[in-house]
Write a protein that binds this ligand. Structure first.
Ligand SMILES: O=C(O)c1cc(=O)[nH]c(=O)n1[C@@H]1O[C@H](COP(=O)(O)O)[C@@H](O)[C@H]1O
Length: 281
């Protein structure tokens, strides 16, 4: 199978550089007039999928909001993944998994093996147990054309104390993560291993110049960052950036046309920045 990096590049070329997060918060379900249960979740996910699956390059369902309804929520997640992929979209499951290597192998089998009912194109992973502990995910991803996005510098304000701490060799923890992921992409034009760097981090972003893989940039919209902030955060690495937003688009629902217009607005704003159209004169 073609690599995730190549498939992502093709999807972005045809549908544009935007990842839409599917985060069915209780407040959003209420605002959409839906019940806060698995039926409401199913209706929410169906509406988002029908409105956007044929026009957005990649979706990022947030596993937490499906897990909170137990097995019925997971069943909705399975259906949602299937429908999104059938419509030609890529699916990046936001589960932020990690564990010791032998258990990570279980997560890899759950999400990155085509035989699993929860199989997706890529997942988010947490490097706190060491990037090396994620190796079973990387191996399974390589074998099946999948991808892994590893948290490097996240969008939340609490993150700096750990992620910007200095390691024994003087690099920040975030930089160490980026460097280890860069090694995995070495020699590949469009790497399948990405990092997560929030659009909110300002000028403290790590050096991403050797990554050769995608940079997932959440934090646009509800968390305060705008598409215009991407330039200051990512500079020369903008072409590798995959901006991601959830509530900014989802809060326009449940009307499908309003959802489509909100996604088109977010995409246009990101495109302007990524293509250099908003350069200050
Ligand atoms: O991995 C992520 O996607 C992620 C990383 C990060 O640094 N910050 C962050 O907000 N996220 C996720 O991105 C989504 C943000 O949603 P909105 O703030 O509504 O756009 C949530 O699902 C978060 O879990």
């Amino acid at each position: 199978m073609e690599s995730f990096g190549a498939r992502l590049r093709a999807a972005v070329a045809s549908r544009g550089p935007l990842c839409v997060g599917i985060d069915p918060h209780a407040e959003l379900l209420a605002r959409w007039g839906l019940t806060d249960d698995a039926d409401g979740l199913a209706e929410f996910s169906r509406t988002v999928t029908e409105a956007l699956a044929d026009r957005v390059a990649i979706f990022k369902p947030q596993s937490a909001f499906f897990e909170r309804f137990g097995s019925r929520g997971i069943a909705v997640l399975e259906t949602t993944i299937r429908r999104l992929r059938r419509a030609g979209a890529l699916v990046l499951l936001d589960a932020k998994r990690a564990d010791i290597g032998s258990t990570t192998a279980g997560y890899a089998a759950a999400y990155l093996d085509p035989a699993s009912p929860l199989s997706v194109d890529a997942i988010t992973a947490n490097p706190y147990l060491g990037v090396g502990a994620l190796r079973p995910m990387m191996e399974r991803a390589r074998a099946h054309g999948g991808g892994v996005f590893v948290l490097a510098m996240t969008s939340n304000p609490e993150a700096a104390a750990i992620q910007q701490a200095t390691t024994a060799d003087g690099r920040s923890v975030a930089q160490l993560v980026v460097d280890e992921i860069s090694q995995l992409n070495e020699g590949v034009a469009a790497g399948s291993f990405g990092v997560v760097v929030g659009a909110t981090v300002g000028e403290s972003a790590p050096d991403l110049s050797r990554l050769q893989g995608p940079i997932l940039a959440p934090g646009i919209g509800a968390q305060g960052a705008t598409a215009a902030d991407l330039r200051a955060v990512f500079g020369a690495q903008l072409p590798a950036v995959l901006p991601s937003t959830s509530r900014e688009v989802l809060s326009a629902g449940p009307d499908p046309t309003a959802l489509q217009e909100a996604a088109a607005r977010s995409l246009a704003a990101c495109r302007r920045v990524l293509n250099g159209g908003d350069q200050p004169s």
